[in-house]
Write a protein that binds this ligand. Sequence first.
Ligand code: ADP
Ligand code: MG
Length: 450
Amino acid sequence: MTGKQITEWDRIQSILRAEIGDDAFNAWIKNLNFKNIEDGTVLFSARTPFVRDWVRRHYADRIKELWEREGAKVFSVDITVDKKTAADSSFSGAAGAGKAFAKGVLTDSFGSVLDPRYTFDSFVVGKSNELAYAAARRAAESEQVLFNPLFLHGGVGLGKTHLMHAIASEVTRLHPGRKVMYLSAEKFMYQFITAIRSKTTVEFKRQFRTVELLMIDDVQFIANKESTQEEFFHTFNALIDNRRQVIISADRSPTDLAGIEERIRSRLGWGLVADIHPTDYELRLGILQTKSENFENVQIPKDVLEFLASKITSNVRELEGALNRVVAYTELTGRLVTIDMTRSVLQDLLRANDRKVTIDEIMRQVSDYYNLRLSEILSARRARDIARPRQVAMYLAKQMTSRSLPEIGRKFGGRDHTTVMHAVRKIDDLRRTDSTLEDDLNRLSHLLEG
Ligand code: ADP
Ligand code: MG
């Protein structure tokens, strides 16, 4: 390991400590020994198999994300048990259920690790993802190539990788001999560059020629990387021409893939393009219910699940992370799961999800509510039926966003921060005595929180 990596690991540890609290940090993360990063895998050793399993289950995904945020090329987290107990086997791949790994690591035909938790069965279907789900299932089950390529797109943490791993596992189960390859676009590039350096591009190309189902995840990664794009395009065309199934994912649609050549974008859209929309409340609740059934020793009350579904709206990964953290907390402290406890354990996450209300949305919502035009809210007019709603909007901007008074002033047609401060105080006073205003404020914040 290098000095730089040690500093990075120190930084990651302080973020983790802040996120999971001192108790959990001391119990788990402190019992890990950072060893190295090798070929995209962060290596740790753990004191005991128990620590290893726990960290895998609850923190490995997060550790991987934090390394990525440090700019490291990390595809997986690997935890071994310290020498004395080394017989307990090592582990490769992202966090996985210990049980499934006891049977052996699940991989595609070329040794890439598949997450055993990412199956069709564990994927909860709702309006926002039913098309992508159905298409993925068809692609996995069909004997023929029905649509080529299948292009899955949607924002981060909405299940693209989950569906791709599910396809790989299902195909491997239904058609054991079929050559399936799953890799991220990043890994594709990494392998390609390594092949160039070691003058083995012929072998690199040959390995793709034998593939019967190729899946490339997060293809937006090769934007602006010209030679990788070129190579990708050759591989892609060769497979499609040979009627081999290709499945691609990206965080946006083919047409929106800036930095990728027009001819490639257009060809990516030739087959079936299926998008995954952001989750709605029902789907989030469904996902939480399904996931919470996997925790044998912890009961999570319905009102807590509903609370989480309404508060953590960003994406499924955060939703899962939130649930895992609550579960880890009860398992460690023995405390019952309640809304209050959840609120305090998830302080930072809840704040980050709150921050999503913008000043623009507040101005729009308030002008709608009072039947005004946005231009009137922003104008200099002081008539009471405009000035009061304007103050309400400023007040809500202060309460519901993390913007400073000067920033709010600027947004409201370039007003001074003292004007905003005055509005905030005024409304704060008035709402105590004016019940109509109090109602308006409650209704507005409800509308804004969605
Ligand atoms: P993406 O690749 O789109 O960024 P992932 O596939 O990595 O997202 O999903 C993030 C996490 O959320 C994973 O743990 C995945 O299992 C989970 N997840 C996403 N969508 C669903 C779903 N519909 N049902 C169950 N779990 C889901
Ligand atoms: Mg993904």
